[in-house]
Design a protein around this ligand. Structure first.
Ligand code: KIV
Length: 268
């Protein structure tokens, strides 16, 4: 029997000062292999808008599309916690529709949801979700759904005042009941400062080495997304070349008559 990672497991990791890992996945078998590798959290990130669907940014993906990918990932995972990223406008209209949309992701197989921001409204959404039994992961620092108001992919929390502002929001999120917080694109000092002042785990996405956990977009890790590689991501493979090479060899083999071979056909 595989032991499932839960919010309690993550709490224990923080208490014991034990680091943990998170990666995104968008399909069943990638999720299965990431799960088998021992990664603790599999995030069905709205980054799929860009890396799987080819949209320009994350704001274009719909709740229906996120639902399909969440179901696929959940079918492949038995150990990791599956977190569904709530897309732009799926939790902003009012608390009731936020509960409905987040609840749908739990019905789709997610174990928790992630929502961005730290406004008073977001705090009230978190309180309600936690009340109905939906675990919530927060997301502060650079929040991609605010791309248009932030004016681009900009590092947040660069001054003491800005770091304090993020810490205030993080504490409010913690008090509202989130079980962890992603800190995206903040200086390492800011990531450390926030991590040391919270009792829930922080998950770094470009927030340095002192957070309790790390998360990356799997397509960056696998070398599959060519458009750009964030400074904080590490490429462990070259799936772009691998897919290109396999497709090229197949194409050559078909056109030269080398595929199919004798053991790849049915006979009467
Ligand atoms: O959408 C995403 O992939 C994210 C990151 C934190 C990795 O939100």
């Amino acid at each position: 029997m595989v032991k499932k990672i839960t919010v309690q497991t993550l709490k224990k990791y923080k208490q014991q000062n034990e680091k943990f890992s998170a990666l995104t996945a968008y399909d069943c078998y990638t999720a299965k292999y990431i799960d088998q590798a021992g990664v603790d959290i599999i995030l069905v990130g709205d980054s799929l808008a860009m890396v799987a669907l080819g949209y320009e940014n994350t704001n274009s993906v719909s709740i229906e599309e996120m639902g399909i990918f969440t179901k696929a990932v959940a079918r492949g995972v038995s150990h990791a916690m599956v977190v569904a990223d709530m897309p732009f406008l799926s939790y902003h209209v009012n608390i009731d529709s936020a509960v409905q949309n987040c609840g749908m992701m739990i019905k789709n197989g997610a174990n928790a949801v992630k929502i961005e921001g730290g406004s008073d409204y977001i705090i009230s959404v978190i309180r309600r979700l936690v009340q109905v039994g939906i675990p919530v992961m927060g997301h502060l620092g650079f929040t991609p759904q605010f791309l248009n108001t932030l004016g681009g992919y900009k590092i947040q929390g660069k001054s003491k005042e800005a770091a304090d502002e993020i810490l205030t929001q993080a504490k409010q999120l913690e008090e509202a009941g989130v079980f962890s917080i992603v800190l995206e694109m903040v200086p390492e000092e800011c990531g450390k400062y926030i991590t040391e002042n919270l009792s829930i785990p922080t998950i770094s996405c470009g927030a340095g080495r002192f957070c309790d956990a790390q998360v990356l977009v799997s397509d960056d890790v696998f070398g599959k997304f060519p458009e750009f590689k964030p400074k904080f991501a590490r490429k462990y493979g070259d799936m772009q070349s691998l897919i290109f090479e396999c497709a090229k060899q197949y194409n050559d083999d078909v056109k030269s008559g080398r595929f199919p071979a004798g053991d790849e056909i049915f006979s009467m």
